[in-house]
Design a protein around this ligand. Structure first.
Ligand SMILES: [Zn+2]
Ligand SMILES: [Zn+2]
Length: 781
């Protein structure tokens, strides 16, 4: 979002020349901003200077007042594609009588910092150049300019100059230098500028790390067409590629990566290739072709599809991505088929980023390695997003989006928030800008913990942040909570601010949308630690940015086996049947194939019926697991939310209008939203032979109606008309779309996550807002 505030616009006469100093803040470095200013000043016939400082771009212009005014207006109206101006401070200064307009040396300013541009996909000009046999960068995989190329993944320090990036190892040749110094060239001050004569080099090796002869891209393309798995060094780390149309190759990659079913992303050459596989509307096309280049989840076209079924089994969407670097363009062009493109790691580990690391960690997965000698400074996965209810919503926020800040107006305390345990991210709040770091992953693995430490150290250094407050989750056993305690002790800043999980989810929506004051929050997810020590996950809150009240929740049900229920959904089916008074001694025969045997069922039913043997849980995620099992859409999950995704896929073909909702009763204070009537009705339908797809659709509709109904009740009690929806369960497009429209029909203003994920990847932003708000309220900093 571009917000522009012009301050102190001075009054002046009409004809005498004036000189003005403009300090432009936002993402204005590494995006061709100075050449743009230079060109603009020339166009308006103005004299003066422009330079980068550690915190902004500083411009002084001098000339006739109308020309200066026009310059200032154009500056803000039409900045370079990758620039994001957040503020322009404008002041009149003494005339100097200068001649001409110059770009001058960067100024390092102690204590200042500068939002850096994310990495940007290859622009049309650079793409044309690498495909032009007459150009000196023909087929050169590291071609870039001020409108495209690597940024945050190569930056080691600020201000952003080549000497503070991993490109400093490559002195420019005279031809590149000439482009770099020519203000009329699109590579003017493009820090990563390079060519075959002076820049990074690409090579191909076998699994043994020994270089293979021949053109590395052609040989790699041949290997891919022959069904091999190739590891390639991308922008933020290694990716693993194989032929997405080759079932055996995909199955091999799954087995080697130890990823049995979680969908893989697919890279295709261009928009037409994407349209051949999936439904691509205008909004989706703009995202696919945009500079961030995420993996975009798209609805598949009806079969038959050339994509092997093993790529994304059992789900309605396919994740597609267009090439984001010249290397990807060249490789896709030669292979001529869609490629699986997935993170270069073994499941649960962070993405590999260095050559030696990749050869070591990806041995046994990849048959070939496409390597190069430009180091990656920061480890970044591909981002993942989806268009739901008319808006792009990030599911994983990383390359192309980090580190764009979220402005938190009025929150002046510097905060470090350490996020949740799964899908961990951290957030550094600095001078009112919240920088959410890249997707780190689940903090169970020692390599992931190290990745978190490195990434955090890098961000604190780049932004010159010295947080006065540390924030974390309420859960005592999260690794992020332990990290927060250690950091707070190291820095001597007092005990961490503990933020309840679902309050943080709702606060992440408040942070994104600039919402302040009391509102209704609905947080549906798998699990979060409640203030009563219980398992929460189907929560209705009345909250503001500092505090919350639990105003309602889904009816608590036993969770027999604790966390195991997320993987073995049939346990929740048994628990819901117990709670609804429907469970027998043996698994009901209509449960179908793949369920538990009698012995395990009996054991679980006994545990579920006992008031002491299993914890109570209000988790909406576990409700999805139960329903998936009850309607025969899967009794197990091999990755998070697999059952819920299958359920959504099943319901997708059904017109929501035909899916009558089951009754959901609600009463009490806090409001108890009773889903047991829903379960009884669903089971009766199942016994009556209603098809699974319609059951899945009726379940989604029931839950959306329950969300809207509960909000109407709570609005009656509180008078609140704003609702924020968050939590991983709201990544379900059907549920989010129906909930939003039902709430809007009831007159609510509805908000949901867009730029940070609704899942636990967005928690750190919410924690930062809550901690800053509490600190401000307490007046302690
Ligand atoms: Zn370019
Ligand atoms: Zn060169």
């Amino acid at each position: 979002m571009q917000t522009t505030s012009v301050t102190a616009s001075p009054a002046r006469g009409t004809s005498a020349p004036v000189r003005r100093r403009l300090r432009v803040r936002g993402v204005v470095q590494g995006v061709g901003f100075r050449p743009f200013v230079w060109e603009l000043a020339h166009r308006h016939g103005l004299a003066g200077t422009v330079c980068n400082t550690s915190g902004s771009v500083l411009i002084e212009v001098e000339g006739a007042p109308p020309a200066v005014d026009a310059f200032v207006a154009d500056l803000q109206a039409d900045p370079p594609r990758l620039a994001r101006i957040t503020a322009v401070d404008d002041a009149e200064v003494a005339l100097r009588g200068e001649d001409g307009f110059r770009i001058v040396e960067s100024l390092a300013v102690e204590g200042e910092y500068q939002p850096v541009s994310p990495d940007a996909a290859t622009c049309a000009e650079c793409l044309a150049e690498i495909l032009d046999p007459g150009a000196r960068r023909y087929r050169y995989p590291f071609t870039n300019c001020t409108a495209c190329g690597p940024r945050f993944t190569i930056i080691e320090g600020l201000p952003y100059d080549r000497a503070r990036t991993t490109m400093r190892a490559f002195p420019m040749c005279s031809e590149c230098r000439a482009e770099y110094e020519d203000p009329s060239d699109r590579r003017f001050h493009a820090q990563p500028v390079a060519c075959p004569a002076c820049g990074p080099r690409l090579w191909l090796t076998g699994a043994d790390g020994v270089e293979v002869e021949g053109d590395p891209i052609s040989v790699a393309a041949e290997a891919l067409r022959a069904g091999e798995v190739v590891a390639l060094k991308g922008l933020g780390g290694f990716q693993l590629a194989c032929d997405a149309t080759d079932a055996d190759a995909v199955a091999r990659l799954r087995e080697r990566k130890r990823r049995p079913a979680k969908p893989f992303a697919v890279m295709v050459t261009d928009l037409d290739a994407a349209r051949a596989l999936c439904a691509v509307g205008d909004a989706e096309a703009a995202i696919l072709e945009g500079s961030a280049r995420p993996v975009l989840l798209l609805r598949r076209r009806a079969e038959p599809s050339p994509i092997a079924p093993q790529v994304a089994p059992g789900v309605a969407d396919l994740g597609l991505m267009l090439p984001c670097t010249p290397l990807h363009h060249l490789l896709l062009g030669e292979v001529g088929r869609p490629l699986v493109m997935t993170s270069g790691n073994v499941t649960e580990e962070p993405i590999a980023k260095d050559n030696d690391e990749a050869l070591d960690r990806l041995r046994g997965i990849a048959d070939r390695f496409l390597l190069h000698d430009r180091d990656i400074a920061a480890r970044y996965d591909d981002s993942v997003s989806r268009v739901v209810a008319g808006e792009e919503r990030l599911v994983r926020r990383a390359r192309g989006h980090c580190p764009l800040p979220a402005p938190l107006a009025g929150m002046d305390t510097d905060v470090l928030a350490l996020g949740a345990h799964l899908k961990n991210t951290f957030c550094v709040l600095r001078g009112g800008d919240a920088f959410v770091g890249p997707h780190i992953g689940d903090l169970d693995h020692p390599l992931t913990l190290r990745h978190q430490e490195e990434s955090l150290a890098g961000c604190l250094h780049l932004f010159g942040a010295a947080p006065q407050v540390v924030a974390c989750d309420l859960h005592p056993d999260y690794a992020s909570t332990a990290l927060a305690e250690r950091r707070a002790a190291e820095w001597g800043v007092g005990a961490p601010v503990r933020v309840q999980h679902h309050h943080a989810h709702v606060a992440s929506v408040m942070a994104e949308h600039g919402l302040r004051g009391r509102l209704l929050g609905v947080a549906f997810d798998g699990v979060g630690h409640g203030t009563d020590g219980g398992i929460w996950g189907g929560e209705f809150l009345v909250c503001d940015e500092a505090d919350f009240q639990r105003a309602g929740h889904l009816v608590p049900v036993r969770q027999p086996g604790g966390d195991l229920c997320a993987r073995e959904g049939w346990r929740m089916a048994a628990a819901y049947l117990c709670a609804a008074g429907l469970a027998g001694e043996v698994p009901p025969p209509w449960l179908g194939e793949g369920g538990p045997d009698e012995r395990r069922w009996r054991l679980v039913v006994r545990v579920a019926a006992s008031p002491t043997a299993a914890p109570l849980s209000t988790s909406a995620g576990r409700l999805f697991d139960a329903v998936a099992s009850l309607i025969g859409a899967g009794h197990h999950s091999t990755y998070e939310a697999e059952a819920a995704m299958r359920l959504e896929a099943l319901a997708t073909g059904i017109d929501p209008a035909s899916a009558r909702a089951y009754p959901v009763a609600m009463e009490g204070e806090p409001l108890r939203v009773d889903t047991l009537g829903l379960i009884r009705a669903l089971v009766a339908d199942r016994l009556a032979g209603v098809p699974a797809a319609l059951l899945a659709a009726r379940f989604h509709e029931s839950l959306a109606q329950a969300v809207a109904g509960a909000c109407r009740r709570l609005a009656g009690r509180t008078g609140l008309r704003r609702v924020a929806l968050s939590g991983g369960v709201f990544q379900n497009a059907l549920l989010l779309e129906r909930s939003v429209s039902l709430l809007q029909e009831s007159g609510f203003e509805v908000y949901a996550n867009r730029t940070v994920p609704a899942n636990d990847g967005g928690i750190s932003l919410g924690q930062a807002l809550v901690a800053a708000a509490r600190t401000r309220a307490a007046g302690t900093v």
